[in-house]
Design a protein around this ligand. Structure first.
Ligand code: ZN
Length: 452
């Protein structure tokens, strides 16, 4: 019998909470029924092989729409696909979306082939964004070949070597798709490059004072780009999500706006401020855009609660300590960990400590990303026919976070020493129990590529 169930659960479905059991088929990996307590009792036939949620919540497996696993750049990212996906699963995230970013002169086909090879070790399900670089004209000329590889969403940057696109370039890209009658999802890194270059030129780039990173990438360099991108998206009807939003001003841009212009933020911007950049350990908190002020942090929380922010992604991109420390502020590789703590962090800090609804929690951690990137309702949803990607969350108890809890290859975590309320009790990915009673069972290569 391949039928299994999680019983005694408070199941968060698209239409509300159901108290009862979610039944799924271990072989097909899909949900077969969501039953309330009474119906489950009347049927009297729940499979004997049940996980007991003991009254805890069951939410869809997390969809993290922005992660970086495996190496690119001169310094390797700490987690490869296997290590990072283990951490994802242990933290309740069953689907990750990573990137195919062609190097200069590298063909789209070659880049995609290499990334698919690297991702074969993943234990979580995965999809890719394609980065349209400065060679975007050539890449767009071969767009059908990219689609044929199952990749239909795009990442754009307004900054960084090889990927800097001007607003003119971006409008050209938007018009290209609009002329084809297509509205693919765009995830866009929004920072104004010229102002940042000007501010950096005024500083000593060898300085190890990490506060200079924040000082040379001030809030307005994000806000002005968000404003320009929103305008271009509205004009061309394109679907745009701003990657890793950090500022109160950017959240303000979304007020009253119900269009497909979305904001993503990351747990580190909700958890920390630029005070972490002070002193020698400041380098361990370097990512771009940088950590901001307490006012920005609180505005992001407001946006999370009222829906102006649509997605909580991690931008998981950890480096080993030795690679972060002892460099000038312009030379520190950018990125921090977060893939394993995202779901628990928001459950603790959003739901249990700030009164966020469970519906909103699901939207932010899986549903909205699944919808935006074309994975819904296979992912991001508990209903018959959807993949049985399920997370059991328990409200009682405390989880003390430290390095020993971290899967993957990180040798520090920015969440070290934090106490989260609640815990991730169990995780099911396509019908297989991959995490239960603090034991991870995530075979190498058991993740599936999600062709879009
Ligand atoms: Zn990123």
């Amino acid at each position: 019998m391949s039928c299994k169930a999680i019983r005694n659960a408070r199941i968060i479905t698209p239409t509300g909470e159901v108290r009862g059991a979610v039944v799924y088929d271990e072989v097909t990996g899909t949900i077969t029924a969501v039953l309330d307590q009474k119906t489950a009792g009347e049927l009297g036939a729940l499979p004997t092989d049940c996980l007991d949620a003991r009254g805890g919540y069951v939410v869809p497996g997390g969809v993290d729409g922005h992660v970086h696993l495996g190496g690119f750049g001169e310094i390797s990212i700490a987690d490869d696909f296997y290590q990072g996906s283990r951490a994802a699963l242990a933290g309740g995230t069953t689907t990750v979306v990573d990137f195919c970013e062609p190097k200069p002169d590298e063909s789209a086909a070659h880049c995609i082939a290499v990334r698919k090879q690297e991702a074969q070790n993943s234990a979580a399900d995965y999809a890719f964004h394609f980065v349209l670089s400065e060679e975007y004209r050539e890449q767009l000329a071969n767009i059908d070949a990219i689609y044929a590889e199952g990749i239909r969403n795009f990442k754009l940057f307004t900054i960084y070597e090889n990927t800097t696109l001007s607003m003119e370039n971006i409008r050209e890209i938007f018009h290209f798709f609009s002329a084809r009658g297509e509205r693919p999802p765009f995830l866009i890194h929004a920072e104004e490059p010229e102002e940042i270059a000007r501010l950096r030129a005024e500083q000593n780039e060898h300085s190890a004072d990490m506060r200079l990173l924040a000082a040379t990438r001030p809030a307005h360099t994000e806000i002005c780009m968000v404003r320009a991108l929103r305008q271009a998206a509205l004009e061309t009807g394109m679907r745009v999500c701003i990657a890793h939003t950090t500022t109160a001003g950017a959240v303000e841009e979304k007020r009253g706006d119900t269009s497909d212009f979305l904001l993503e933020t990351c747990p580190h911007y909700l958890a920390f401020t630029e005070e972490k950049l002070v002193g020698e350990s400041g380098a361990l908190y370097i990512m771009t855009p940088p950590l901001r002020t307490e006012g920005d942090r609180l505005a992001l929380w407001e946006g999370m609660k009222d829906g102006r922010i649509a997605m909580l992604s991690t931008d998981h991109c950890p480096y080993h300590r030795a690679d972060k420390l002892g460099r000038g502020f312009t030379r520190v590789p950018c990125g921090v960990d977060g893939i394993q703590t995202r779901m628990l962090y928001l459950f603790s800090e959003g739901v249990l400590r700030r009164g966020m609804s469970l519906r909103r929690y699901v939207e932010l951690t899986s549903e909205n990303a699944a919808k935006f990137y074309g994975l819904y309702p296979r992912k991001g949803c508990i209903q018959p026919g959807s993949d049985a990607d399920l997370v059991v969350l328990e409200s009682d108890g405390l989880t003390q976070w430290n390095l020993e809890r971290c899967e993957g290859s990180v040798d520090y975590t920015i969440y070290n020493g934090m106490t989260f309320q609640g815990e991730i009790a169990a995780v099911v990915r396509r019908g297989k129990t991959v995490y239960d009673e603090e034991r991870l069972n995530a075979p190498k290569g058991s993740g599936q590529f999600l062709s879009l």
